[in-house]
Unconditional design. Structure first.
Length: 168
């Protein structure tokens, strides 16, 4: 559905599926080409799936060799440069679309047992930092909650379509 919305808005798209083989160099080229990267992430054990983690380990580690960033940004000649400031994708935005089994009420409420007032973006801070390391800028995160025990797929798809229309 995201591909349909993006295409209908007149954008060109390229898709990578974690369940299929991919070429690391081609993936680096996709990142250089894109103005927006949309990530559909089923949150698994409070993080990304092993297949997406593998992708990150292969592609983003290869990107550290000067393609996606200039090292970690620091330079001996300029000690004022901060760690993580070497990203080369400053004109690239990213949007995370997340699905959780957790209900929406589990977040942003200090009285909740597990997340203790933390937001979805608090939980996904490591993902945000990964993309920020490459200079990318976050668009508002989209979330489908309670997708296993209390799914509302039809409404989630409508909300996601509206989210994409608003932010792309």
């Amino acid at each position: 559905m995201a591909a349909e919305v993006v295409h209908a808005k007149g954008h060109e798209i390229q898709i990578t599926r974690m369940t299929e083989e991919y070429d690391v160099n081609a993936e680096l080229e996709k990142h250089l080409w894109a103005d927006i990267v949309i990530l559909q992430i089923p949150v698994n054990w409070m993080g990304v799936s092993w297949s997406f983690k593998r992708y990150m380990d292969l592609v983003y580690t290869a990107g550290m060799q000067g393609v996606l960033c200039d090292g970690d940004g620091r330079h001996l000649e300029d000690p004022s440069r901060q760690y993580g400031s070497g990203g080369k994708l400053q004109n690239t935005r990213y949007l995370m679309s997340l699905s959780f089994n957790a209900p929406e009420a589990a977040f942003n409420d200090p009285g909740q047992y597990l997340f203790q007032g933390k937001s979805v973006d608090d939980l996904m801070i490591s993902m945000h930092m990964n993309f920020r390391f490459f200079g990318m800028t976050a668009l508002p995160t989209f979330v489908s909650f309670d997708v296993i025990k209390n799914p509302d797929t039809g409404n989630d798809l409508k909300r996601y379509q509206a989210h994409l229309q608003q932010h792309l």
